[in-house]
Design a protein around this ligand. Structure first.
Ligand code: MG
Length: 161
């Protein structure tokens, strides 16, 4: 019998001047970026939390504490690589990931193909198994007022290829 696991992840980061905007490992030209201990890649963080959740492995705060200087400025794709390693140790492989970025600006559509390629490559799956969407929240709330960005992700894991 196939062992399938579903997972959900959600993350938020504050926007700040003088920071890079990194989403799905893509350095997006913009006049501000996300604040965080690591590179603050809110999309990759939500994906990692979905994967860890599906595998019953807790969350990224447990694996990569923001009090640990080892993760200061960390490339979140490297952290994702480690998460995928943890999944493999438990015999899981990623079936698919679907994620949504909530951001008022900038336009993210041109960058989505590269985000998908990056995440798929690190997870060792084909790009068509990684879907990324972006939406505004119509000017409402903290994403609408450009105080921050958020991301949701769901994933399916399978055991035993
Ligand atoms: Mg985060």
């Amino acid at each position: 019998m196939t062992d399938m696991r579903i997972g959900h992840g959600y993350d938020v980061h504050r926007l700040a001047e003088g920071r890079k905007l990194i989403l799905g490992g893509v350095d997006i030209p913009w006049d501000c970026g996300l604040l965080g201990h690591s590179d603050a890649d809110v999309l990759t963080h939500a994906v990692m939390d979905a994967l860890l959740g599906a595998a019953g492995l807790g969350d990224i705060g447990r694996h990569f504490p923001d009090t640990d200087p080892a993760y200061a400025g960390a490339d979140s794709l490297k952290l994702l690589e480690h998460v995928v390693e943890l999944l493999r140790e438990k015999g899981y492989f990623v079936g698919n990931v679907d994620a949504t970025i909530l951001a008022q600006q900038p336009k993210l559509a041109p960058h989505i193909p590269t985000m998908r390629d990056n995440l798929a490559r690190v997870m060792g799956i084909s790009t068509d198994r990684v879907n990324i969407k972006a939406t505004t929240e119509e000017g409402l709330g903290f994403t609408g007022s450009e105080e921050g960005m958020a991301a949701h992700a769901v994933c399916l894991l399978n055991k035993g290829k």
